[in-house]
Design a binder for this molecule. Structure first.
Ligand SMILES: Cc1cc2nc3c(=O)[nH]c(=O)nc-3n(C[C@H](O)[C@H](O)[C@H](O)COP(=O)(O)OP(=O)(O)OC[C@H]3O[C@@H](n4cnc5c(N)ncnc54)[C@H](O)[C@@H]3O)c2cc1C
Length: 461
């Protein structure tokens, strides 16, 4: 049992809140330090138009804390993807084998507020407007945290510091200055801007709210995710510079022209001022960080985006962060010396973090470009047929990543084997009905099942 307040979580984002609750349950005296002010003061406006997708993987961490139902009540279930072609044709693909395999769209602000309330209800102090500037790790048994705050700088000593301070983590920077490690930051040449599809006047949805809407256009892509109030949050992903880019739509006329050419069916669903809103919206940057280590003895541990910032194209960044906490909770439950627990956490999560980082990057190409490629569509439809015929011996990589608790890197490896099987089965056919299911079963038994069995993967989720 730790002395009161000898454990500090830096960052009161979703991962920091869940982490603080888990650590307190293990008997640690926790306090949280957060750079921003209390977002609850801004009320519902805190996160109205910005949302993300929670999936079964992330929800498991919330279930450990008994928060799953409370958070689910804030969500809109989404059952598949709706592709919009330039001519307005719609193609729907379900995410999983049935409606039970679904994702949940949630406002980031509402989610964070619910988790802040849970932290407060657990009587964990949250120090808002305390920005970690750096950590001094030179002592062997403690950590000195240097914060900037409105009243002036503050130095706090603690036995251990957990970094949940997001993609630009200050604790990560200090850790990597203290130990020899690696830190590779890769920025995409693409950025994103958010824009709102308002609810129709009677409060209903202008498009099917059961789907994530995607307008794939090669190097650019528009996405729409439903909110509970009948609106959708749109996100436009595009290169920052170049012929078709955010730089090229810096005024209302060019933004309007882009939508007329590429997203004509979206225009009537957006507000009358959408082009102006788009021009004025802040430009978000997209990047990944691959770093090591994530822990220092029993004194420092990184989780969530602080450990593994990834691009958002698998919708797994936060889900992965919540899973970090779930895995750590399981290891703490098993007991043992804390330094060994931290090392086991790192050994389990680092390969998983690397794998989802790579898969999220690949998914950008898949979502923005390949979804329109006939060979790719055929492969996906053949795969759906094989899954239907052979499940649970064959589950798609997407379902393994999103609905199972199979480690991301094992799902990635299984996906590589599946790619080879699918390429072989798609040779010389032009429709999914032509695929030879007997041969499919033989290839799965020969190549995939031995891997699944050797790794002990459970495909019956
Ligand atoms: C466009 C976009 C779409 C996305 N969609 C999805 C999705 O659909 N599904 C999904 O799972 N993920 C998605 N993500 C990723 C997801 O947003 C992140 O993975 C998630 O927010 C990480 O949570 P976190 O708590 O680790 O970090 P954050 O949410 O970044 O929270 C970090 C907290 O730390 C605070 N902080 C930062 N620096 C300091 C400091 N120096 N001192 C003290 N406090 C500090 C911040 O103010 C913040 O409160 C998306 C990301 C983007 C950009």
């Amino acid at each position: 049992m730790s002395a009161p307040k000898d454990t500090i979580v830096v960052g009161a984002g979703p991962v920091g809140c869940v982490l603080a609750l888990v650590l307190q349950r293990r008997g640690m005296g926790v306090s949280v330090y957060e750079k921003r002010g209390d977002m609850r003061a801004a009320g519902a406006a805190a996160g109205r138009s910005i949302n993300l997708v929670l999936t079964a993987r992330g929800l498991r961490a919330l279930a450990i804390l008994g928060l799953e139902q409370e958070v689910l009540a804030l969500t809109t279930p989404v059952f598949g993807r709706m592709m919009h072609s330039v001519s307005g044709e719609l193609t729907y693909t379900a995410y999983g084998k049935d409606d039970g395999e679904r994702n949940y769209s949630v406002s980031r602000g509402e989610l964070n507020i619910a988790l802040l309330n849970a932290v407060e209800a657990a009587k964990i102090p949250i120090h808002f407007e305390h920005a970690l500037e750096r950590a001094d790790l030179s002592a062997t048994d403690s950590v000195a945290l240097h914060f900037e705050r409105p009243g002036g700088p503050l130095e706090v000593h603690t036995s251990r510091a957990f970094g949940a301070d997001g993609a630009a983590s200050a604790l990560r920077t200090s850790l990597l200055e203290h130990v020899e490690g690696e830190c590779l930051t890769e920025m995409l040449p693409d950025g994103y801007k958010e824009l709102l599809f308002p609810a129709v006047s009677d409060g209903t949805y202008a498009m099917s709210e059961r789907a994530l809407h995607i307008w794939p256009r090669g190097r650019e892509m528009l996405m729409g995710l439903p909110n509970r109030d009948g609106s959708f949050t749109g996100t436009l992903y595009m290169p920052i510079e170049g012929e078709v880019s955010f730089a090229a739509i810096s005024d209302v006329a060019s933004a309007q022209a882009l939508f007329e050419a590429s997203y004509p069916d979206a225009i009537p669903l957006l507000g009358p001022e959408f082009a102006k809103e788009l021009v004025e919206a802040p430009l978000g940057r997209l990047g990944t960080v691959r770093c090591f280590p994530w822990v220092l003895e029993d004194r420092v541990l990184l989780a969530g985006d602080a450990a593994h910032p990834i691009v958002p194209f698998f919708g797994q960044g936060l889900n992965c962060g919540f899973e970090d906490v779930a895995i750590l909770a399981g290891l703490l439950e098993e007991g043992g010396e804390l330094g060994a627990v931290f090392a086991a956490y790192q050994a389990a999560r680092k390969p998983a973090g690397d794998a989802i980082r790579e898969m999220a990057l690949e998914n950008f190409v898949e979502m923005s470009d390949r979804v329109g490629d006939p060979a790719f569509i055929l492969k996906k439809r053949v795969e759906a047929r094989i899954e239907q015929a052979l499940a649970p011996l064959y589950r798609t990589r997407y379902t393994m990543v999103v609905y199972s608790s199979i480690p991301y890197h094992k799902a990635q490896e299984a996906g590589r084997i599946q790619e080879r099987i699918l390429s072989e089965l798609c040779e010389g056919i032009s429709a999914p009905e032509e695929v030879d299911l007997t041969r499919a079963a033989a290839l799965v038994a020969q190549h995939l099942t031995p891997f699944v069995e050797a790794e002990g993967l459970d495909l019956t989720f």
